[in-house]
Unconditional design. Structure first.
Ligand code: MSP
Length: 507
């Protein structure tokens, strides 16, 4: 049976246009989706849009359009952005779709039947931009601790979810499943939060109407987070397509930003437990980008538009930068200077030059055909390179298991540099021994072939271009992973061609 892998991004609010933060989460999910496909998994990769709630209703009113018109126009932008960033999602869900509403109705009804939803009264502070309820204690100078904006006092009839009863079982789940919350610092944060005691959660509102009505009590709409989280179930056929649901659920991985950790690691598993559904296997929270050292905001006008960056500097270059610049999980700073410097030094100089000099030498010394190696010419330098490459596969797999993209790229670039150093040490242009020269050229082609596989999840187009120059079939789809990363003796006879620089330099 094929192994499956189900990965999700958060679904994005439609009251904002896509920026680097949204691109970050989605490219991150794309990287692991592509890696898992290379490793033979049947991958379901979901992204989409979160379209209900007071925030969207307000934004639409300000723009003097209906909420669905606002949603439709922002969805268009996402649907243009994802192909531009080479995102390989297999589903795009909108919370205004029928299949989503069916799923929300069902989970609500199941949780209600279970006795975990009751009608009460709600009085508290609410931050509309963050769609978050806050206690008096959480306020900072009377304002929202997250966005520092004004909060509103709300008293209304509301349904509550008995979150307070789930603390112990959540702690137990976290303890029994190391790696459920990553990075580890986030796990501690959530464990501490749960241990301070959970309050029941208001899960319906009566003060606005843009949402999914509570079954049997339509003057209430379902709280936007209860609604939104359910998208992860709806996409895989819940509640009507049992076969599909069993195939993909529980999700292997929810990738999210650190700001929405609590929703995914406290509320979500509690809702699922109440509905007697399995909990996701992993939630990974990444950090936030600042821009030139400052918080990104519409009012400062420093919002980074991923469309503009990808068009000007290249999709692969942008994707590479996101994971090369900052460890995934930590906060980072975006600047055009840093992007250019990564492109020029590590893409153009290190990898691009390695390819172009290797191809040039194979053309010059062997008429463009990769020669076989000669066993007797394998010396100390060759063995070092071979050993280094043979350790790569298992170390990269372990790093991917924890979404340690930063170290994956480190491992890859270590090999790129080793190969460049190898060329420098061997000086093939001075080599008079024909066997030795063949062996060197063979090793360069083989190493580049392996590198084309490992860079593929990050830079799918560059991987294909590299393979074309090496005379390999561009796509890795359907290829056997182990064959593709095997080294010696697998590139004989390939006909290389000189192409455009893989990564043009930028000023
Ligand atoms: N709609 C909710 C998610 C519901 S999931 C069931 C939501 N949407 S959002 O559009 O506001 O944010 C989506 C993602 O973008 C979050 O993971 C958030 O962390 C990420 N980012 C928003 N700004 C960011 C940065 N400046 N840097 C990195 N990521 C950031 O939350």
């Amino acid at each position: 049976m094929t192994k499956t892998f189900y990965v999700t991004t958060p679904i994005y609010y439609v009251n904002d246009v896509p920026h680097i933060g949204h691109a970050y989460t989605t490219v991150a999910a794309d990287v692991i989706a592509r890696y898992k496909r290379l490793r033979g998994f049947d991958v379901h990769f979901l992204t989409g849009t979160d379209e209900h709630g007071m925030k969207v209703e307000k934004s639409a009113a300000e723009a003097m359009i209906s909420p669905i018109e606002l949603a439709n126009s922002v969805v268009e932008r996402y649907k243009k952005l994802w192909p531009l960033l080479n995102i390989s999602n297999t589903d795009f869900i909108r919370t205004t779709e029928g299949r989503h509403k069916t799923a929300v109705d069902r989970i609500w009804s199941d949780v209600k039947k279970k006795g975990d939803i009751y009608l009460g009264h709600y009085e508290d502070w609410y931050c509309t931009p963050c769609e978050t309820f806050l206690t008096e204690l959480q306020l900072v100078d009377g304002k929202c601790p997250e966005c520092l904006r004004e909060v509103e006092k709300l008293t209304e009839e509301s349904y509550f979810f008995k979150l307070s009863e789930f603390g112990d079982s959540l702690i137990e789940y976290i303890e029994k499943n190391p790696g459920f919350i990553e990075p580890a610092s986030r796990e501690r944060e959530i464990t501490n939060f749960i241990k301070t005691g959970l309050r029941d959660l208001s899960v319906s509102r009566t003060t606005f109407s843009w949402g999914i009505p509570v079954p049997d009590d339509p003057k209430h709409v379902i709280y936007v987070w209860f609604d939104a989280l359910t998208n992860y179930l709806a996409s895989v056929g819940y509640p009507n397509d049992d076969l599909k649901f069993k195939k993909y659920w529980p999700a292997d991985l929810h990738i999210i930003g650190k700001d929405i950790l609590r929703f995914h690691t406290v509320y979500w598993p509690a809702f699922l437990e109440s509905a007697e559904l399995p909990k996701p296997k992993k939630v990974f929270a990444h950090g936030w980008w600042t821009v030139d050292g400052a918080k990104m905001s519409k009012s400062t006008g420093n919002v980074v538009d991923p469309v503009a960056i990808a068009e000007e500097y290249g999709t692969d270059q942008f994707r590479f930068f996101l994971f090369r610049e900052v460890p995934f999980g930590a906060d980072g700073d975006f600047s055009i200077e840093a992007l250019k410097s990564r492109i020029n030094s590590e893409l153009a100089n290190d990898l691009g030059n390695l390819l172009s000099r290797s191809v040039s030498m194979i053309i010059k010394y062997r008429d463009g055909v990769v020669p076989d190696y000669v066993e007797a010419s394998i010396g100390e330098l060759e063995n070092e390179l071979l050993n280094s490459f043979s350790a790569l596969s298992s170390s990269i797999d372990k790093l991917f298991a924890h979404l340690n993209y930063y170290d994956v790229l480190n491992e890859i670039w270590l090999r790129v540099r080793e190969m460049n150093a190898y060329v420098g040490n061997c000086e093939p242009w001075k080599e008079t021994d024909d066997d030795k020269l063949s062996t060197v050229l063979h090793l360069l082609a083989a190493g580049l072939k392996v590198l084309s596989v490992y860079i593929n999840p990050f830079m799918p187009t560059a991987s294909e271009k590299l393979r074309v120059q090496l005379g390999l079939s561009p796509s890795l789809e359907g290829k056997d992973f182990d064959d593709e990363i095997s080294f010696l003796g697998t590139v004989n006879g390939l006909k290389v061609t000189k192409g455009d620089p893989l990564f043009p330099k930028v000023d």
